[in-house]
Design a protein around this ligand. Structure first.
Ligand code: ATP
Length: 248
């Protein structure tokens, strides 16, 4: 496993890359988020944890403009992006690795990356640099994505987010359905991105694995943020883990 992340308190204070401020998000008349606030500093890894149906994906969708909040604000990299269309937010440098990976199945991996390449104010990343992160990617480039395994598709999906030159990547269940070795590769990638100053907001059921790489943690239940604090607090305190997350 990757080395434990330093506690948030050891990291320099910076203006938030992402500030989600008291959002209420609805599906029709059904309210899914209630005054939820989450923030991610530049280069920080933040985990959003909670049981099924708690609102984790909805919070990511709210940030991305896919399900815009009815009340509250979303600020990304100093701009109020509340209500902006997704493609416009992405152009500012917000990356997304969706839970179903959502690559174009009939296109090659190479073409999927080509389509997603963008320039933002953050450092550009080439396909060659993605191949350094994921050595196996080079062999996948000419292949159609529908023929890839789940782990291979995840490499393409993460690389697709990275060629979009993000300052922050939203990961929705990145370890879902993957072999333990691939999960470790994904977590190592999140740490490498952090070393490069790229922040991540990670939603994952694989709580222990995510706690190992996160600087800070938010816990959400029934659409409300019920805890925020350094990941070390939960890594080292089984009673707190049981209390907040229901695991030992
Ligand atoms: P999971 O880990 O199961 O994906 P989650 O924490 O990501 O859970 P969400 O998917 O955000 O939770 O769901 C939050 C609430 O919103 C749930 O009550 C869910 O049933 C509801 N919900 C999610 N998507 C929709 C939708 N498209 N239409 C109506 N309700 C929805």
């Amino acid at each position: 496993m990757p080395a434990a992340a330093p506690a948030a308190a050891e990291r320099p204070a910076t203006a938030p890359m992402l500030a989600v401020d008291a959002i209420d998000t609805f599906y029709g008349e059904t309210q899914a988020l209630f005054g939820a606030s989450v923030d991610v500093a530049a280069g920080e890894v933040v985990a959003l944890l909670g049981p099924n149906g708690a609102g984790k994906t909805t919070l990511l969708r709210s940030v991305l403009g896919l399900t815009p909040p009815r009340r509250g604000r979303v600020r990304f990299d100093g701009r109020d992006v509340t209500g902006w269309p997704t493609h416009r937010i992405a152009r500012l440098g917000l990356g997304w690795v969706p839970d179903d990976r959502r690559v174009f199945p009939s296109l090659t991996a190479s073409r999927n990356l080509e389509i997603a390449a963008k320039r933002t104010r953050f450092p550009a990343r080439s396909v060659a640099s993605c191949c350094e992160l994921f050595p196996a990617l080079a062999h996948l480039l000419p292949r159609e994505c529908e023929n890839l395994s789940g782990g291979e598709m995840q490499m393409v999906s993460i690389s697709r987010a990275l060629v979009g030159a993000p300052g922050l990547v939203l990961f929705d269940e990145p370890s879902q359905g993957l072999a333990p070795k691939v999960v470790q590769d994904v977590m190592r990638t999140i740490l490498r991105l952090r070393d490069e100053g790229i922040a991540s907001l990670v939603v994952d059921q694989n709580v222990r694995t995510v706690l190992d790489v996160a600087d800070r943690v938010f816990v959400i239940r029934l659409g409300r943020i019920v805890h925020a604090g350094p990941a070390a607090g939960l890594r080292e305190d089984p009673a707190a883990r049981r209390d907040l997350l229901g695991i030992d």
